[in-house]
Design a protein around this ligand. Sequence first.
Ligand code: 13P
Ligand code: 13P
Ligand code: MG
Ligand code: MG
Length: 380
Amino acid sequence: MSDRVTVSVIKADVGSVGGHARPHPLMMKKCEERLADGLRAGTIDDYYVTRVGDDINLFLTHTRGENNRDVHGLTWEAFMDATKVAKSMKLYAAGQDLLTDAFSGNVRGAGPGAAEMEFKERGAEPMVFFMADKTEPSSYSLPLCRSYMDPFTTTGLVIDPRAHEGFKFEIVDVCDSKKVVMSTPDETYDILTLLGDTTRYAIKKIWSKSSDIGIAAVVSTEKLNIAAGKYVGKDDPVCICRAQSGLPAVGELLQPYMFPALVSGWMRGSHYGGWYPCAVDDSDPVFFDGPPRICAVSLHVSNGVFQGLEDPTSPRGTHVALDYFKGSCWDKARSDAVKASIYMRRHGPFMPAVLGPEEMEYTTRPAVLKKLKERMEKLE
Ligand code: 13P
Ligand code: 13P
Ligand code: MG
Ligand code: MG
């Protein structure tokens, strides 16, 4: 048996109740059933089904490595079946993120988002799973830079000898399908030169530079609107982080979300709004299809399977994730996010409430310009 475990989070929006709000419980149940089949068949070692807003997130453990055909195929089948449920109820945008009828061995480029990491389990392996709705992968860049590069956020960068060695970042150019690996702390300013442009650059992976840890964090960076050639929904990305013991502590991963940064997405994927940290149960978008949501839940990976809290009423016993943004400690950040979002909304259809023209998911500009072609005159 491999001494390495793979953690995969594969997510998709395949339809929802109340507009782009929440998958129907029967869709989630269908996914659970398909993953239970995969568990019985030995394709995966464990699973956990959750959601943020209208996106279903499938957490899996297995020993098959990243981009495995059987693992991806299993999640594809689950999403196809959940789509059937959504279609039968005429739910909104049923099958939204499934861009093809035929599975070709990998969900990447086919619509769903995937974040996967393979590692050798440490003595304890606490993991934080971030799940976002109504926004894009580069939204994670600011909080990840704070956690992995900023000693005023992560005191561990100063006082934990292994964190002190720094990290390697894989940065992708999502528009040009290119990537580069850069190093902190030495290339910090160069990294920020790229990542500051959130329309183009995003963090894909982070590794510890300490010899005995390996992968630290992974973000799903499939740019769905580009994959589809046209807009079919914001990416609503996930980010998986291993925590503690040479890596940022859980608290150092969470602290950046106290500042509700303005992120792109929100209504029609075309606006900036304050990023609202909330519990999974509170992740239904309720204000102008948002504001963009961020949830953070934790499960450990213990001997190749998930270890969470216990809930005797749950059919799967120990599979209750800890939900970090549930409590009142985060009320201030939520209230700041709503305040920032209201402020942005007061601009109506004017920038910077709406995105720049290249990023707009909906636009009538070409049609309007065409109509005005004859009337548009050169300036004197
Ligand atoms: P329609 O284009 O179907 O009206 O959807 C708008 C939308 O997705 C914003 O909620
Ligand atoms: P989702 O990407 O979450 O489906 O939202 C689409 C949208 O346009 C909301 O207004
Ligand atoms: Mg949707
Ligand atoms: Mg969504």
